[in-house]
Design a protein around this ligand. Structure first.
Ligand code: HDD
Length: 725
């Protein structure tokens, strides 16, 4: 985002900043009490006015620095201690404030307060993240994305700590450290950063067949989201809703993006990592500053307890999803992210999510992955931030906190009085526990009966059915990308035995077509793989009291495919390749028609500043070509005019259109601009071939083709084999 003066930019002005559409919630208003605006006089941490902050105190002007210079030492010490440990996973993230608004009163299902009344608003803070990379890695690796929502409800903080994929790699938390050690950079050389394409990850996966379903998701374009606003979110586990009468039912949480689900393609994602490592966090920040807020609908899949065993999988197994065709997703509210944080460290870095942060009406199930998470998050916040992490402004609930817990590093609140225990006659009745309060948390009284056992339920051992269902649910181009994803990753492995084990233990069991196509791309011989592969590590299993009946099942779930059209092009970025003498009338038509639909038009020329169009008017150049990689745009237009012949002889412009073509983006060429099609060697579709999103015509035709193309998002069936980009 560019600014024309030294005045504090929007979003950087601190306490009193004015933004376009930024909205206050009860939480952002509360945070203002802790927000410190800069004052005119600079002081030390003890409030001492500082006369000179740019020279250390020395013994003579060329002499050594003095130990007594407490201002030097205070400044350097503060700097030395600026970092806290980065998150052991999900280290790279970006966050925003917002609000959740309920569509209806869900009291019959849950007493959770965000759903207590139609129109009820609850402030939220949401952090998106990648999993494997460190804090300084890029936004667009092939990876799962975290989707963590902190609800500041009037009955306490509720954290829904989910991902952008509905299943997980493993189904028992005790394997989590192994999974993460396998996917993180290999310990002897710390390579590769933020990537699963290496031996240790695939070695672990090949011996852990429960990873099969999640691998289908991570090898698909779902692992390459176009932006945060184009991702789905999932609570993953089967959770429990509890109503005021103590009745309970199972639930899966879904976040459905209003802008639709869209992804990048692999070549594009790789290039974006280099050209703009902050691509997704920048886009979220800029959208919110523009007033183009990010929106999702929250949906619930409800399963009554009587149907616990109705499916062909176990509801407690986090490697399984409930197909929407079996249990429809019921929309129950809207999440809107409408305000950027004021300070990355204080808010986004110090926010501490815990799966154990629930409120009355939400409860746990026995999912063994969830059960382990209940420990891990609190433990990690104690390590990362310290015992008083809940007192930090971003983590504090909006409702009052009152208990007898005391002390610890960096205690912020002051508890008066002599009583820090209960019961106490000396302290009167405060704070007293609330056995009768209807809004007090009570654990759901689930009946538990069994022997202690260290084993996996046999109802968790169907590793492949849903991986196969995922494959069956994909459009042909999605299957192509999954094959290419597996092939890329396996070809990246140095130890050739590793891909063989993946083929033998996973791929052949998912689908013969998938196995054959990956074999073709990797040179693997399936029969040989089956002969030499080590056997998966099968853990101890035991039969549960009741097994899934398989009454409800599907072979394919169309809801899983991204091959869908989304209405609207708000926030989509369109590049206009221009230069001196560009056709001004065409530019005007493009700009007014596309901006009226909420798209963002950026004029790109060979240098910064302004150009003059055919109407003699000065046109601002939004980015010089060297600063404008094609990967950060959703579509391209080349207008006619005197600029076009020059562009047709410019390598950067030709590479730009060729790359956009390769990445399946809509392209429009107007008048003299059509010269770039041949110069960039774009293949001309045969007569009568389906629309491939390359339009030639006037400016009006370009507008309607771009709108239709952007709503379709991509043209993934283009012949790109010969495109040099
Ligand atoms: Fe986790 C962070 C999501 C399994 C242990 N996890 C973390 C974050 C998200 C998830 C979104 C980042 C939160 C933030 O923005 O601060 N994790 C998941 C999902 C899982 C999952 C959807 C499976 C359904 N995680 C999982 C397991 C364990 C952990 C099984 C450990 C047994 N996760 C952690 C952690 C992290 C974390 C170590 C690192 C930083 C943090 O918690 O705050 O505790």
């Amino acid at each position: 985002m560019t600014h024309d003066s030294f005045a504090p930019p929007q979003g950087g002005g601190g306490h009193d900043r004015a933004t376009h559409g930024s909205v206050e919630t009860a939480k952002t208003v509360a945070l203002k009490h802790d927000t410190v605006p800069p004052r005119e006089a600079m002081t030390s941490n003890q409030g001492l006015k500082i006369s000179d902050d740019q020279n250390s105190e020395k013994a003579g002007v060329r002499g050594g620095s003095l130990l007594e210079d407490f201002l030097l030492r205070e400044k350097i010490t503060a700097f030395d201690h600026e970092r806290i440990p980065e998150r052991v996973v999900h280290a790279r993230g970006a966050a925003a404030h917002g609000v959740f608004e309920a569509y209806e009163d869900l009291g019959a299902l849950t007493m959770a307060s965000p759903f207590a009344a139609k129109g009820k608003q609850t402030p939220v803070f949401v952090r998106f993240s990648t999993v494997a990379g460190s804090r300084g890695s890029a936004d667009t690796p092939r990876d799962v994305r975290g989707f963590a929502v902190k609800f500041y409800t009037d009955t306490g903080v509720w954290d829904l700590v989910g991902n952008d994929m509905p299943v997980f790699f493993i189904n028992d938390a005790i394997k989590f450290p192994d999974l993460i050690h396998a996917v993180k950079p290999e310990p002897h050389v710390e390579i590769p950063q933020a990537a699963s394409a290496h031996d240790t990850f695939w070695d672990f996966a090949s011996l852990s067949p429960e990873t099969a379903h999640m691998l289908m998701w991570t090898m698909s374009d779902r692992a390459l989201p176009r932006s945060f606003a184009h991702m789905e979110g999932f609570g993953v586990h089967t959770w429990r809703l509890v109503d005021a009468k103590g009745g309970s039912r199972f639930v899966k949480f879904h976040w459905k993006p209003v802008k639709g689900v869209h992804s990048q393609v692999w070549d594009e994602a790789q290039k974006t990592s280099g050209k703009d490592a902050d691509y997704q966090r920048r886009e979220m920040f800029e959208s919110i500053e523009r007033g183009d807020f990010l929106e999702w609908e929250l949906g619930l899949q409800i399963v009554e307890e009587t149907d616990e065993f109705a499916f062909d999988f176990d509801l407690l197994d986090s490697t399984k999803l409930i197909p929407e065709e079996l249990v429809p997703v019921r929309p129950v509210g809207k999440l809107t992210l409408n305000r950027n944080p004021d300070n990355y460290f204080a808010e986004t870095e110090q926010v501490a999510f815990c799966v154990s942060h629930v409120v009355p009406g939400i409860d746990f199930t026995n999912d063994p992955l969830l059960q382990g998470r209940l420990h891990s998050y609190l433990d990690t916040q104690l390590r990362r931030i310290g015992p008083n992490f809940a007192e930090l402004p971003i983590n504090r609930p909006l409702n009052p906190v009152s208990n007898n817990r005391r002390d610890g590093f960096a205690k912020a609140t002051i508890h008066p009085g002599r009583v820090s225990y209960f019961p106490s006659a000396l302290g009167g009745t405060h704070p007293a526990h609330q056995p009768k309060a209807p809004d007090a948390f009570r654990s759901y009284a689930e009946k538990v009966d069994g022997h202690k056992i260290r084993a996996r339920s046999t109802s968790f051992t169907d590793y492949f059915s849903q991986a196969t269902m995922f494959w069956n649910s994909m459009a042909s181009w999605e299957k192509d990308h999954i094959v290419a994803g597996f092939a890329f990753e396996l070809n990246q492995c140095e130890t050739k035995a590793v891909p063989k084990a993946v083929m033998a233990n996973l791929l052949v069991n998912i689908h013969p077509d998938l196995a054959a196509r990956v074999a073709e791309e990797t040179g693997l011989d399936i029969a040989e793989c089956q002969r030499v592969a080590p056997k998966p590590v099968v853990t101890e299993t035991a039969a549960p009291a009741e097994m899934p009946s398989g009454r409800l099942k599907v072979a394919a779930s169309p809801a899983l495919s991204m091959d869908k059209v989304t209405k609207g092009i708000k926030g989509r970025k369109i590049a206009v390749l221009a230069g001196e003498g560009v056709d001004g009338a065409q530019l005007g038509t493009l700009r007014s028609a596309l901006e009226a639909r909420g798209a963002i038009i950026e004029v790109i020329a060979n240098r910064g500043g302004t150009i003059t169009c055919s109407l003699g008017k000065s046109v601002k150049v939004d980015r010089p070509a060297a600063n404008a990689p094609s990967v950060i745009y959703d579509a391209v237009v080349v207008p006619g005019g005197a600029s076009a012949p020059k562009l047709a002889g410019t390598g950067l412009a030709l590479a730009f259109v060729a790359e956009a073509f390769k990445h399946g983006k809509p392209l429009a060429f107007i008048g003299e601009g059509t010269a770039l099609i041949a110069k960039a060697h774009l293949p001309v579709p045969a007569a009568g071939a389906p629309d491939q999103g390359v339009t030639t015509g006037d400016a009006e035709a370009a507008v309607s083709a771009l709108v239709a193309g952007l709503e379709k998002h991509r043209f993934p069936n283009r012949d790109i084999a010969s495109v040099a980009a």
